[in-house]
Design a binder for this molecule. Structure first.
Ligand SMILES: [Zn+2]
Length: 311
């Protein structure tokens, strides 16, 4: 495991920029020190937190797309063929996605929560793994893939129940899967989805959509306001496992910076807010956070492993 100090941080804290045998320890200590000195944190988490749970992320270390862009809101709403393609892929991807368990990064953030250091955790992830790890005050900025919403009658169903319905109406359908994609998506062989049947709303027969903010769709205003208020309340912002390439998350880094709050970023690769960061640590967020917790003798707490944390 190797941590890198960003040039931004190196420029501000020259003592840590020099390569030395204790560099890693000192960098982690700096994060532990930052956390220890901070009264309360707003945390903004992204896909990098869940990669350790087997859920792929969208971006590479440069912040560029790793895969073809996901299906967007506009085509989903306007095209029956696109919806069929979406749900066929989701039907396959859900089996893996729904089996994911929290990893050490989720556990470390839950431990910080237990230690009373986190006011609110704002996540761009739709997997609810923070809640399963024990984090309490979580805002699911982009929604919850575990739910399905009817766009006609606004009923909300569990995704697990909808999956059973999809299974019933597609008993004879089989897919050749190439690879698992982010957010419960799966890449299938060309044309596979054409034989797939999309189940309608259980109540009204209307069009259903995953209860998440799709690409090309806006985050509901009240949710943005709630997250924005959390950033205002906190003494500092910590960004974990996100490149912040999507504006819905980046806006909170801008907000914190504009109000003079310190920003610490832990991410394996470049982020859009690197130039706003007080402290930037590059590396696996589970490793960095876990090691930083170990450097905080008075405030660190071990996670509650009865909640089903996988290492
Ligand atoms: Zn309905």
């Amino acid at each position: 495991m190797r941590y890198e100090v960003s040039s931004q941080y190196a420029a501000r804290r020259r003592v840590l920029a020099a390569a030395c045998a204790n560099c890693r320890l000192r960098i982690v200590s700096a994060l532990g020190d930052f956390l220890s000195r901070t009264g309360s944190l707003a945390v903004l988490s992204g896909a990098g937190v869940s990669t350790g749970s087997g859920i792929p992320d969208y971006r590479d270390r440069s912040g560029d797309w790793k895969h073809a862009k996901p299906i967007e809101y506009g085509p989903f709403i306007s095209s029956e063929a696109t919806r069929r393609r979406y749900w066929a892929r989701s039907y396959v991807g859900w089996q893996r996605f729904s089996a994911a368990r929290p990893n050490a990064a989720h556990a470390a953030l839950a431990a910080l929560d237990d230690a009373g250091m986190i006011d609110t955790l704002i996540t761009q992830n739709v997997d609810r793994l923070h809640q399963r790890a024990g984090s309490r005050n979580v805002i699911d900025l982009h929604g919850d893939l575990g739910k399905v919403r009817c766009l006609d009658c606004n009923s909300v169903f569990s995704r697990a129940g909808y999956q059973r319905q999809l299974k019933r109406v597609n008993a004879d359908w089989h897919a050749e899967v190439f690879r698992i994609r982010p957010d419960g998506d799966a890449e299938l062989a060309d044309g596979t989805h054409e034989g797939f049947t999309v189940a309608d709303c259980f109540h009204c027969g209307g069009m259903v959509k995953p209860d998440v903010v799709m690409f090309g769709e806006s985050v509901p205003r009240d949710r943005v306001d709630e997250a924005s208020a959390a950033v205002d309340r906190a003494d500092a912002l910590m960004v974990v496992g996100s490149s912040l390439m999507v504006f819905s998350g980046y806006r909170f880094a801008r907000q914190a910076s504009a109000s003079g709050k310190p920003i610490v970023i832990v991410n394996d690769g470049r982020t859009r807010a690197d130039d706003l960061a007080t402290l930037k640590l590059e590396g696996d967020c589970a490793d960095v956070l876990s090691d930083a917790l170990d450097q905080m003798p008075t405030r660190s707490r071990r996670p509650n492993f009865c909640r089903g944390i996988s290492s």
